[in-house]
Design a protein around this ligand. Structure first.
Ligand SMILES: *[C@@H]1O[C@H](CO)[C@@H](O)[C@H](O)[C@H]1NC(C)=O
Ligand SMILES: *[C@@H]1O[C@H](CO)[C@@H](O)[C@H](O)[C@H]1NC(C)=O
Ligand SMILES: *[C@@H]1O[C@H](CO)[C@@H](O)[C@H](O)[C@H]1NC(C)=O
Ligand SMILES: *[C@@H]1O[C@H](CO)[C@@H](O)[C@H](O)[C@H]1NC(C)=O
Ligand SMILES: *[C@@H]1O[C@H](CO)[C@@H](O)[C@H](O)[C@H]1NC(C)=O
Ligand SMILES: *[C@@H]1O[C@H](CO)[C@@H](O)[C@H](O)[C@H]1NC(C)=O
Length: 659
C-alpha cells in the first residue's frame, strides 16, 4: 500500500515537473519558425543573434503575449536588414499587434501575405527603400491605427480604399514618389497625416484641410486646404484670384456665428427681441453700405445680423437649398427645386474639371465633385445684367420643367463670377454625334433617331416658347443634348441673351444658325428661334454643319445651299449620304425638308410659330409607301414646288417654300 502511494506520489511529482517544464519552455513554435525563416533569408547585423535553442519570446526585438503562445510585437528598427521582405515569413505571425522594421535597408514591395496580419494595430516601415505601389495588402488590415511607410520609394496613386482602414489615427506617407490626386481620406479619428515630399497634384480634399501646410509641402501641384486656393475650372486669369478669398472666409464666419447666435437666442426671449431690433438696424446699415462700396469687407456686426437672420428663419442649410434669390446670402450657390443635389460652392471649386466647350456666352466645364456627382458648370463671360436682373432671369429659367429642356439646377452670382449649374448629359450633343469623327468606324445616326431628335427638340422649344415665354436665342446642334437611354433631345443654353448687352459682337460660331434679321436688329425673337430650328432640321437632313465651309461656294449658308440644290431639281442630293442606306424613308425625309425650309423663310412673318412646327413634325406621314429612288426625286420635286400637297396635313402647308 505504502509502495503504491509512494509510486503515485512520485508519478505526480514527475508530472508536475514535466508540466512546469512545459510551462517554462512554452513558446510559440509556429511563430518561431516564421521568425527564423525571415532572419535566415534577410541579411542583417551580427548583434541580432536569435538562439534557436532558447524561447523566441526572449529574443531581441520579440515580445509575446502573457502565456508565451504567440508573438505580439516585433520591433527590429535599425538592425541593418537588407533586401526584400520574403513572403511566407512575417506574414505567418497571425497574432502580431505591432511591427516595426523602420530604419533598415529593406527594398522591393511589401509581400501580399501581410494581409494575413489581421490583428496588426501599428506598422512602422519608414526609412527604408521599399518600392512599388501603395501596398494593397495593408489596406486589408482594418484594425490599423498607425500606418507609416514614409521615406521609402513608393510610387503610384494613393488609393481611395485607404478609407477601409477606419481605425486609422496616423497615416504617414511623406518622402515617397506618390503621384496623382489625394483621395478624400476620412477615417474619423485621423489626427496625424503627412504626404509632404511626393509628386501629388490637384486639390486637397476638405476632409484633410485641417492638417497644416507642412503636411502637404513639396509636391508637384497641390492646392486648396491649407495651401493657396485652386483655380479648378477657372483657367482664365481675369477674375479667378479674387473668387476664392471672398467666398470661403465669409462662409466660415457665418457658420461660427450662427451657432453662437442660436445659443444667444435660446437664453431669453427678451434678448431675442432686442437682437431683432438691432438686426433690423444693422440690416439697413448693411444695405446702405453695400450700395456705397460693394467690395468692402463685412464688419463683424453685420455678419452677426446675418447670422441672426439665419437662425431666426431656419437652419443655414435652407439658405443653400431654399431656391430664394432674394438678396441675403451672397457667395452662395442658389439651387432650384429638384435634382436632389447637395453641394456648395466650395465643393464645386474643389471639383476636378474638364473643359467641355467654349461657347459664345462662356465656357462649359464638366465638374466631378468629390462624392462622385457630375454636373456641368457654365462660366458666363461679359455679363451685362446687374444682380437683380440676373436673379430674375434665373428665377424664370430655373422654373422651366420639361423633359426636353435641360434643367438649370443652380446659379451663382458675384461681381466677378457668374456660374450656372446644369445636369451632365453623358451622351453628348447632336453636333458631336452628327459630325464627330465622320467615316472612321462610327455608327451613323440613323433616320429614326434623327427624326426623334427633331421632334423632341421641337417639343422642348415649343415648351420654352409657349409655357416659359422664353426665347431660346442660341439654337445650334451643340446645344441639343441627347439622353443616353433613348437619344431624346434636350435643349440647353436657353434664355441667356437678356444677360448680355446688345452691343456684344455677333459670334461667328453661331452665324450659321442666326436669322438674317438678327444681324441688324441684334434682337432674338420667337421667330428667330424658328429660323435657327429650321437650320437645325436642315443639318439633320444634310449631315452638313451650317458653319462649315464645305457647302461648295464660300459665304453661302446652309439654307441657301439647300434652296439652290432643290431649285435645280437635285433634291435627292441634298440628303446626307449616310441616310441613303435606309429605304422607304424618302417620303419622310422630304416632308421634314419642307418643314425645315418653311422655318428658314427670310421674312420672319412667313415662318410658322414653334408649336405649329411641332405639330407638322408630329403629323408627318410615318412609314409611307415603298418608293424607289426614282420615285423620291419625282415626288419630292413635286412636293417642294408646292405641286402635291396631299401628303402634308392641311394646316401644315408651309409658306415660303416655293422659290
Ligand atoms: C544558445 O542557448 C543555449 C542554451 O541556453 C546555449 O547553451 C548556447 O551556447 C547558446 N548558443 C549561442 C550561439 O549563444
Ligand atoms: C515567456 O518567455 C519569456 C522569455 O523567454 C520568459 O521570461 C517568461 O517567463 C515567459 N513567460 C511565461 C508565462 O512562460
Ligand atoms: C527609387 O526608385 C527609383 C526608380 O524606380 C530609382 O531610380 C531610385 O534609385 C530609387 N531610390 C532608392 C533610394 O532606392
Ligand atoms: C474596401 O472595403 C470595401 C467594402 O467593405 C470592399 O468592397 C473593398 O474591396 C475594400 N478594398 C480593399 C482594397 O480591400
Ligand atoms: C496630375 O498629374 C498627372 C500626371 O502626373 C496628370 O495627368 C493630371 O492631369 C494632373 N492633374 C491635375 C489636376 O493637375
Ligand atoms: C511632414 O513631413 C515633413 C517631412 O518629413 C516634415 O518636415 C513636416 O514637418 C511634417 N509635417 C507634419 C504636419 O507632420
Amino acid at each position: 500500500m505504502a509502495v503504491i502511494l509512494k509510486c503515485v506520489a512520485w508519478v505526480a511529482v514527475l508530472m508536475a515537473t514535466l508540466l512546469f517544464r512545459e510551462r517554462v519552455n512554452s513558446e510559440p513554435t509556429q511563430d518561431k519558425q516564421a521568425l527564423l525563416a525571415f532572419l535566415s533569408q534577410v541579411p542583417h547585423e551580427q548583434r541580432l543573434r536569435w538562439n534557436q535553442s532558447e524561447s523566441a519570446c526572449g529574443w531581441v526585438g520579440v515580445e509575446c503575449d502573457a502565456t508565451n503562445s504567440s508573438v505580439y510585437y516585433l520591433r527590429l528598427p535599425g538592425v541593418g536588414l537588407v533586401g526584400q521582405i520574403p513572403a511566407n515569413t512575417l506574414g505567418r505571425l497571425s497574432q502580431l499587434r505591432v511591427l516595426s522594421l523602420r530604419s533598415n535597408r529593406l527594398s522591393g514591395p511589401i509581400p501580399p501575405d501581410f494581409s494575413q496580419l489581421k490583428l496588426l494595430r501599428s506598422i512602422y516601415l519608414q526609412d527604408n527603400q521599399l518600392s512599388g505601389e501603395f501596398p494593397p495588402s495593408l489596406i486589408e488590415l482594418t484594425r490599423l491605427n498607425r500606418l507609416d511607410i514614409s521615406s521609402n520609394n513608393f510610387t503610384g496613386p494613393i488609393p481611395f480604399s485607404v478609407n477601409n482602414l477606419t481605425h486609422l489615427t496616423g497615416l504617414f506617407l511623406e518622402n515617397n514618389g506618390f503621384t496623382g490626386k489625394i483621395p478624400s481620406i476620412a477615417p474619423p479619428g485621423l489626427d496625424h497625416f503627412n504626404v509632404s515630399n511626393n509628386r501629388l497634384n490637384g486639390s486637397i480634399p476638405s476632409a484633410l484641410a485641417k492638417f497644416p501646410a507642412s503636411a502637404f509641402a513639396n509636391n508637384l501641384d497641390l492646392c486648396g486646404g491649407p495651401l493657396p486656393p485652386c483655380n479648378p475650372f477657372f483657367p482664365s486669369p481675369a477674375s479667378s484670384p479674387t473668387l476664392q478669398p471672398t467666398v470661403i472666409p465669409s462662409r466660415k464666419r457665418n457658420r461660427k456665428l450662427s451657432t453662437g447666435a442660436i445659443v444667444g437666442i435660446s437664453i431669453a426671449g427678451g434678448v431675442l427681441i432686442l437682437v431683432l431690433i438691432l438686426a433690423v438696424i444693422f440690416f439697413i446699415l448693411r444695405r446702405r453700405k453695400k450700395r456705397e462700396s460693394p467690395k468692402v469687407q463685412k464688419p463683424p456686426a453685420i455678419a452677426a445680423t446675418r447670422a441672426v437672420g439665419e437662425a431666426g428663419t431656419s437652419s443655414s442649410k435652407d439658405d443653400i437649398t431654399g431656391g430664394s434669390a432674394e438678396g441675403g446670402e451672397r457667395n452662395k450657390l442658389i439651387f432650384f427645386h429638384g435634382g436632389g443635389y447637395s453641394f456648395d460652392l466650395e465643393d464645386l471649386l474643389r471639383a476636378s474639371a474638364e473643359v467641355l466647350g467654349k461657347g459664345s456666352v462662356g465656357t462649359s466645364y464638366k465638374a466631378v465633385l468629390e462624392e462622385g456627382t457630375t454636373v456641368v458648370v457654365k462660366r458666363l463671360k461679359d455679363v451685362a445684367a446687374g444682380k437683380k436682373e440676373f436673379e430674375q432671369q434665373m428665377e424664370v429659367l430655373g422654373n422651366i420643367k420639361h423633359q426636353n429642356v435641360l434643367p438649370l439646377r443652380a446659379f451663382y452670382y458675384s461681381k466677378d463670377e457668374k456660374l450656372l449649374v446644369y445636369d451632365y448629359m453623358p451622351a453628348g450633343s447632336l453636333s458631336a454625334l452628327l459630325h464627330g469623327s465622320r467615316g472612321s468606324g462610327r455608327t451613323p445616326l440613323d433616320w429614326e433617331n434623327r427624326l426623334r431628335v427633331a421632334v423632341s427638340a421641337a417639343r422642348g422649344l415649343a415648351h420654352l416658347h409657349v409655357s416659359g415665354k422664353v426665347v431660346h436665342g442660341n439654337i445650334k446642334s451643340s446645344n441639343i443634348l441627347l439622353r443616353e437611354e433613348n437619344l431624346d433631345a434636350c435643349v440647353s443654353d436657353f434664355g441667356l441673351n437678356p444677360l448680355f448687352s446688345n452691343s456684344t459682337p455677333p459670334n461667328h460660331r453661331i452665324m450659321g444658325y442666326r436669322a438674317p434679321e438678327v444681324l441688324e436688329t441684334r434682337k432674338v425673337t420667337f421667330k428667330s428661334d424658328v429660323y435657327s430650328f429650321g437650320v437645325l432640321v436642315l443639318e439633320l437632313l444634310t449631315g452638313k454643319a451650317p458653319n462649315q465651309a464645305s457647302l461648295g461656294e464660300e459665304g453661302i449658308d446652309l439654307p441657301r445651299w439647300v434652296q439652290s440644290v432643290v431649285r435645280e431639281e437635285w433634291t435627292a442630293e441634298v440628303f446626307d449620304v449616310e441616310l441613303m442606306r435606309y429605304h422607304n424613308v424618302e417620303e419622310e425625309m422630304v416632308q421634314l425638308l419642307q418643314i425645315g425650309m418653311a422655318c428658314v423663310a427670310t421674312v420672319p412673318d412667313q415662318r410658322p410659330v414653334m408649336q405649329e412646327v411641332l405639330r407638322m413634325i408630329e403629323d408627318m406621314n410615318r412609314g409611307g409607301g415603298g418608293e424607289t429612288d426614282d420615285g423620291l426625286r419625282q415626288s419630292s420635286d413635286d412636293a417642294l414646288r408646292g405641286g402635291s400637297d396631299d401628303q402634308t396635313p392641311p394646316r401644315a402647308s408651309p409658306p415660303g417654300v416655293t422659290p
